[in-house]
Design a protein around this ligand. Sequence first.
Ligand SMILES: Cc1cc2nc3c(=O)[nH]c(=O)nc-3n(C[C@H](O)[C@H](O)[C@H](O)COP(=O)(O)OP(=O)(O)OC[C@H]3O[C@@H](n4cnc5c(N)ncnc54)[C@H](O)[C@@H]3O)c2cc1C
Length: 397
Amino acid sequence: METRNYDVIIIGAGASGLMCTAALCNIDPSMKILVLEKNNKGGRKLLATGNGRCNFTNLDISTEAYNTDDVKRLINVLHAYSSKKIIDYFETKLGVIAAFKNDLVYPITYQSKTIADALLNAGRRAHFEYDTKVTSIVKKGMGYCVNGKYEADNIVIASGGVSYPDTGSDGSLLPVIKELAGASSLEKLLPSLVPLKTSDKDVKKLAGLRQECTIRMGSYIQNGEVQFTDYGISGICVMQLSGIYNRACSSGESIRSVSIDLIPSMDKKAKEEIISNLIKSFPEAPLEDAISGLLKKPIAKAVVDRSDKTAKGIAFVAGNFTVNLAGSMGFENAQVTSGGVKLSCLNDGLELLDKKGIYIIGEAVNVDGLCGGYNLHWAWASALTAAEAIVEECEGI
Ligand SMILES: Cc1cc2nc3c(=O)[nH]c(=O)nc-3n(C[C@H](O)[C@H](O)[C@H](O)COP(=O)(O)OP(=O)(O)OC[C@H]3O[C@@H](n4cnc5c(N)ncnc54)[C@H](O)[C@@H]3O)c2cc1C
């Protein structure tokens, strides 16, 4: 079979692959770049981000928001590509103007398509082959041969994780990555930013209700809106805890439940006082009716049913509503994959330590962040890091 030669082959036209393509086109317009993508178009997951609005970075980027095996290397990348740098890059190189909602950063159009189009436009000089699933990367001479057909000295693996597989990132490149990097270079894949299931029947009965809460899982605390569903609990504050939960379960640690304060605006004493007053004011009413101006009635009923029916007991349950956990909703519903190629197995340019010319970026790397623009920030920062390293390497030859 006749092979075609390129300087760089990028596998995956998702967030990180498109940014790497755009950056390489921008830094060195003479570079021959091929992008191989199994979908029939680029940026499918990107279009779904932030409910179609794309929260593309966060003003408060720090390693605390991430899970990884190599915090030092993560600091290097995040230090080189702060949120300010990413926002500037989007404005000056891609023509995308940012808008801010507290620390969350969006394109001013509040449309993911703006970001996807800008990246595709900036990378248009590259050659894109869609409907092309990569199934092999083998060493050939100084470089690599992909699918027995395309050759390049530098390969960028930007194939994502395994969450939301319908968007394309289905793990189909994992056997190839395992072969190249070695099985020990891979951190176990787990769903993160995912709703949690419960076995509690009374919680499932609350399906459809939302409640502003403080939610505690061991020493981890989140504030926000909990959404009760027919399988368990969802909402950003729940999803923020899900990576910790799944990693703990996977390593045999026992996190069995979360504790929810259903009235976080009141301390224990205030809750007790107001519940006591309500019960006194409506002595004839069933308890859940008496407190239904304080808690939505089905939630009030669940709280009363779990309590000893005294004001003190009801207040205690309302502040410490336990939800027993029974796993998560899995990769199909996870916004991000925890695990992947260990950051410690890559150098500062995100090249595999013992495979010169193989770069790994985005969600394929063992770096996952909280909700709030952190995951796309990593996709951009890792893509720009690898693009710079590749150009330096090519210029050094
Ligand atoms: C619903 C949802 C909402 C989200 N919202 C946000 C948000 O607002 N802010 C935020 O920061 N993050 C968000 N995320 C997370 C963010 O989208 C991802 O972290 C990010 O897209 C990862 O980029 P990536 O390039 O690594 O992978 P992807 O964007 O998944 O791209 C990987 C690409 O590789 C292709 N591919 C895979 N295997 C092969 C193969 N064998 N051959 C060829 N091509 C292949 C895939 O088809 C895909 O196009 C969200 C995720 C989801 C699911």
